[in-house]
Design a protein around this ligand. Structure first.
Ligand code: ADP
Ligand code: ADP
Length: 224
C-alpha cells in the first residue's frame, strides 16, 4: 500500500529570465508503515520536495499520488482537504500559534474538520498526556521548552490520525537530549503503525530510521 507515489518530479523556479531546476526527475515511493528519512545537505532541494510531498506546492512536471489521490489533478480546495486530513506536519520551528494554549494548538486539526470542541479538547489532553505533557496543557508556547513545544506539535500532527506524518528538520531547533526524545517518539509512533517521513540534513537522525533516500543537487539516490 503506497502512501507516497511520486514519479519523475521536476521543479523549476523562474527568477525573471533565469531558470533554476531544483528537483530533477525525482521518484519516490513510501509505503504504509515506513519510517523514512530524506537526507541531504543545505540547498539540495529538501524543502522544495517537502512542500510538494505535503501538497503545499505543485511540481512543474511529474506525477504525484498521495494515498491513491492524484494530487496534480486536484483543485486548491481539495488540496487543502488532503493537507488537513491525510497529512500531519511537523516543522523545525514548531509553528505553534503563540496566543493559544498547548491543548488549543493540538485541537486545531479537529476543529478545522468541524469536530465537536469538547471532544477535541478531551482528545488533545489525551495526546498531550501520552507525550508527557499532562502538566502543560494550559501553557502557551513561550512558556514551554523547545522540546516541549515540539512534543505539542507532534500531538497536533497525530491527533487526526493522518495517513502520513511529514517532518521537516524536526530536531533542527532542539538540543541533543530533546532531539533524542523526539526521535524516540517517532520510533514509537512508527511501531504503532504510523507512516513517517523525516526530511533532514542530520545523519544522526537518518541513522535512526528504517529507510533512507539521499538527495543531492535535486536528484534522489535511494539506499535501503
Ligand atoms: P534545502 O531545503 O535542501 O536547503 P531548498 O529546497 O530550500 O533546499 O532550495 C533548493 C534550491 O532552490 C536553493 O538553491 C534555493 O535557493 C532555491 N529555491 C528554493 N525555493 C525557491 C523559490 N521559491 N524561488 C527560487 N528559488 C528557490
Ligand atoms: P529552510 O530553512 O526550510 O531550507 P529557507 O529559509 O531556505 O527554508 O527558505 C524559506 C522559504 O523561502 C521557503 O518557502 C523557500 O521556498 C523560499 N526560498 C528559499 N530560497 C529562495 C530563493 N532563492 N528565492 C525565493 N524563495 C526562496
Amino acid at each position: 500500500n503506497c502512501v507516497i507515489d511520486a514519479r519523475n518530479i521536476v521543479k523549476i523556479y523562474e527568477n525573471g529570465a533565469e531558470e533554476l531546476k531544483v528537483l530533477d526527475d525525482v521518484s519516490l515511493q513510501v509505503y504504509q508503515g515506513d519510517f523514512f528519512a530524506i537526507l541531504g545537505p543545505s540547498g539540495s532541494g529538501k524543502s522544495t520536495l517537502m512542500n510538494i510531498l505535503g501538497c503545499l506546492d505543485l511540481p512543474s512536471t511529474g506525477e504525484y499520488y498521495l494515498d491513491g489521490v492524484d494530487v496534480l489533478a486536484a483543485e486548491e480546495n481539495q488540496l487543502a482537504d488532503i493537507r488537513n486530513k491525510k497529512i500531519g506536519f511537523i516543522f523545525q520551528k514548531f509553528n505553534l500559534l503563540p496566543r493559544l494554549t498547548a491543548a488549543q494548538n493540538v485541537m486545531l486539526p479537529l476543529l478545522y474538520r468541524g469536530e465537536d470542541e469538547a471532544k477535541a479538547f478531551q482528545l488533545a489532553k489525551e495526546k498531550l498526556s501520552l507525550l508527557g505533557l499532562s502538566e502543560r496543557i494550559n501553557h502557551r508556547p513561550n512558556e514551554l521548552s523547545g522540546g516541549q513545544q515540539q512534543r505539542v506539535a507532534i500531538a497536533r500532527a497525530i491527533i487526526g490520525s493522518p495517513q502520513l506524518l511529514l517532518a521537516d528538520e524536526p530536531t533542527g531547533n532542539l538540543d541533543s537530549k530533546s532531539s533524542g526524545d523526539a526521535m524516540e517518539i517517532f520510533r514509537e509512533l512508527n511501531r504503532q503503525g504510523n507512516t513517517i517521513v523525516i526530511i533532514t540534513h542530520d545523519t544522526e537522525v537518518a541513522d535512526q530510521v528504517k529507510k533512507i533516500a539521499y538527495i543531492r543537487d535535486g536528484k534522489i539516490h535511494e539506499n535501503y
